[in-house]
Design a protein around this ligand. Structure first.
Ligand code: UD1
Length: 364
């Protein structure tokens, strides 16, 4: 069988790597990789191919940045050519980025079955572009691989047949397990000027947090307060970097008051820093899962999450964007007061094996 696997944006690389590695163990599966080029900077794309031992893409669509419509349309037009040429038996997409939906839609119109990895997650907030991508991708998919029981409930409620839904665990955790040894050996902490002292790791890139200057300024001010208690390491996403620059405030954007700003980090260095952090502040979805798995306290700077299991079982707390709440919660964690969680079922490093087994049973 021939499978076309799709990646486009940073979190996709981590999710696809274990799946491709597993597919490549079976000679009966010809696995191709398409990179849409939604993310293209070295730090947002190429570095992950090295860190994750991902094979170079068979097709690079070079779509780049653009409005949602432009980016989605460019992916669709170029991806259609790939599918016309390769005529695969299955298109496998991961996550919830624009490339995910665009490729699922093209495949579906060409009557090529679609597998969606990380199906069923819902924030119930349609102002979030990813929520629209999730809902529509799931409607178009034939095989839906889910990470948690809430995702199964969401899909059933939306009318997806239960035969299509498979609880397989979490490929993000597979990827973490594979990289852990290498990450432990990284010297990222020393390179970034962190000694043995406690530190906070911050990531921020959601449009709802960074595109509104008032919200962004509030968050950065609360981070400044936290940095008086512990150093804050902040690898800055390109969207966020542009927004911080447009605040035109010399206070933000250069190392000061215990905040260390860096470019986005590769997988190995980032995991090294994640594993030793005293606290993680984030608006990323994947990091909520990784902190739950590593049992590190995580404060999510959002009012909702599509990954509720990280709150109900894991170490994640939603603190929103109110500066006082952020500072208060961080201080609480830094003084040792935080909820310890447990790891969700099937988050055991073997999700990709289950996925490929199901794909083989369906197609080989
Ligand atoms: C995208 C995903 C989001 C995911 C995030 C991970 C969508 C709708 N959003 O958000 O779900 O959590 O990736 O990082 O698909 N840029 C660069 N270099 C790059 C890529 C982007 O400079 O390599 C800049 C461009 O100015 C671009 C902006 O970042 O306009 C936003 O990029 P885009 O891919 O549109 O969305 P993200 O915010 O990265």
């Amino acid at each position: 069988m021939k499978v076309v696997n799709v990646v486009g944006a940073r979190p996709n690389f981590m999710k696809i790597a274990p799946i491709i590695r597993e597919m490549n163990r079976f000679p009966a599966i010809q696995s191709l990789l398409v990179h849409t080029g939604q993310h293209y900077d070295f730090e947002m794309s190429q570095t992950f191919f090295q860190d994750l031992d991902l094979p170079m893409p068979d097709f690079h669509l070079d779509v780049g940045s653009g409005s949602h419509a432009v980016q989605t349309a460019r992916v669709m037009m170029t991806f259609e050519d790939v599918l016309e040429r390769e005529k695969p038996d299955l298109v496998l997409v991961v996550g919830d980025v624009n490339s995910t939906l665009a490729c699922a839609l093209v495949a579906s119109k060409l009557c090529i079955p679609v597998a969606h990895v990380e199906a069923g997650l819902r924030s119930f907030d349609r102002t979030m572009p990813e929520e629209v991508n999730r809902l529509l991708t799931d409607q178009l998919s034939d095989l839906l691989f889910v990470t948690s029981p809430d995702a199964v409930d969401n899909l059933l409620r939306e009318g997806i047949a239960k035969e299509k839904i498979h609880s397989v665990g979490n490929v993000m955790i597979d990827s973490l397990c594979v990289c852990k040894e290498k990450a432990l050996a990284s010297n990222a902490r020393a390179r970034l000027g962190l000694g043995g002292e406690p530190y906070v790791l911050l990531t921020l890139h959601r449009p709802s947090n960074v595109d509104d200057p008032v919200i962004l300024r509030n968050i950065l001010q609360s981070i400044q307060q936290i940095s008086r208690r512990a150093k804050v390491l902040f690898p800055v996403h390109p969207r966020t970097a542009a927004r911080v620059r447009s605040l035109s405030d010399p206070e933000f954007g250069s190392d000061s008051n215990g905040i260390i700003f860096t470019n986005p980090l590769g997988r190995i260095d980032f995991l090294n820093l994640l594993m030793a952090a005293s606290l993680v502040l984030t608006d990323s979805g994947g990091i909520q899962e990784e902190t739950t798995f590593l049992q590190i306290p995580c404060l999510t700077l959002r009012d909702n999450t599509e990954r509720p299991v990280t709150v109900s079982l894991g170490t994640n707390c939603l603190v929103g964007t109110d500066p006082e709440k952020i500072v208060q919660s961080a201080i609480q964690v830094l003084s040792g007061e935080w909820k310890h969680g447990r790891i969700p079922d099937l988050w055991d490093g073997h999700a990709a094996e289950r996925i490929v087994q199901i794909v083989r049973a369906a197609f080989c």
